[in-house]
Structures are given as structure tokens and as C-alpha cells.
Design a binder for this molecule. Structure first.
Ligand SMILES: [Zn+2]
Ligand SMILES: [Zn+2]
Length: 183
């Protein structure tokens, strides 16, 4: 199912969106980049039928950390279940996108290309080789969850290297998620 550009919404809206603040369980700690140690940027809130996936990636010094890599520790995807509430955003760092954008499901015909911000389920459309990650807990290949485009407004877009694409995966049994991007 395609996800198309929706309206600008509240930062803590409990809907499919890029930007805004993550909704997290009690005791959540904002992820820090394993390579540079700085707070990551929150990219996407994806409430789905098996749980909620939150995607983060290091943007402290774009291009310096391996933020495209599923195992570098320079990005983080979390799968949450149970009650969630808005996270406390760290006071410093590149932590938030420039806009909060609803990702509106579009199931019928093929939407106009410029409106597409991603898709849910189906098969990943890789730019490069298949980089399906294995679950860090059970080591089986993870299930493809969603694909994210950068967005067309450069002042608010996600940075996937300029025209890249993000891929979200999960393992429901282990409550794990992973993220990789390519261009
Ligand atoms: Zn970093
Ligand atoms: Zn697993």
C-alpha cells in the first residue's frame, strides 16, 4: 500500500507520519549514535497492527556516521507494544525533522509519483543489492515493514543521501526492528 503526502499534523499525532516526536513506552531512552555518541534524529512513527515502529538515524554530522547501515549503530528502529506517550526530546543535537507530515495510506490506483512518501508491506524496491537484515535476537531474515522516501521539500526532508530510500524491517516474535537506507 502506498503512503502519500498528507497534511501537516501535530508533533505527537498517533498516526503514520514522518517527523514530530516519537511515542515511546515508559523508561525509554533516546537513542545515541554508537559511532559519534550524539543523539539521533527521529524520522518516522509507524503505528501498525503488530505494534509501533519508531525510526531514528544519526544526523549529527551528515555523511560521517554509517547511518545507512542496519548494524552500524548509527541508526535505530524500535518496535514498541503497549501504551506509548510522547518522548522527552534531548535539548541538544539534530533530533527532529523540519516538518511533521502525515503519511496517508493510498490503496486504490497508483498515486502521482511526486506525492509518494513510501509504502507499507509488499516487497522492498531496492536501489542497490538486497540488504534484508537478520533479526539481532533470532538471526532469521526480518520481515519487510515499510519503505520511506526522502520527501520533496529539501528544507524538511529526510536525508537519505539525496534521492535515497529507507527500508524498515521487523521481527514480531522478538519485538525487534531494523533500518537501512540506500541510494
Ligand atoms: Zn553519529
Ligand atoms: Zn527475531
Amino acid at each position: 500500500m502506498f503512503l502519500v503526502h498528507g497534511e501537516e499534523i501535530a508533533a505527537d499525532a498517533p498516526v503514520l507520519r514522518t517527523g514530530g516526536v516519537p511515542l515511546v513506552p515508559a523508561g525509554f531512552t533516546w537513542p545515541l549514535c554508537r559511532e559519534c555518541g550524539e543523539a539521533m534524529q527521529f524520522l518516522a512513527h509507524l503505528p501498525l497492527d503488530f505494534g509501533t515502529v519508531a525510526v531514528f538515524m544519526c544526523q549529527d554530522d551528515p555523511g560521517m556516521c554509517d547511518c545507512w547501515d542496519a548494524v552500524s549503530g548509527a541508526n535505530r528502529a524500535c518496535l514498541f507494544t503497549g501504551p506509548l506517550s510522547a518522548a522527552v526530546v534531548p535539548a541538544e543535537g539534530e533530533t527532529l525533522l523540519g516538518a511533521v507530515t502525515a503519511l496517508r495510506p493510498h490503496s486504490d490506483d497508483e498515486p502521482a509519483e511526486e506525492s509518494v512518501l513510501g509504502k507499507l508491506g509488499g516487497e522492498p524496491e531496492w536501489w542497490q543489492n538486497d540488504e534484508t537484515p537478520v533479526c539481532p535476537s533470532c538471526t532469521t531474515p526480518m520481515t519487510f515493514t515499510a519503505q520511506l522516501e526522502e520527501g520533496h521539500d529539501h528544507t524538511t526532508a529526510i536525508n537519505f543521501g539525496g534521492g535515497g530510500r529507507g527500508y524498515v524491517f521487523h521481527c514480531q516474535a522478538c519485538e525487534e526492528a531494523a533500518f537501512v537506507w540506500q541510494r
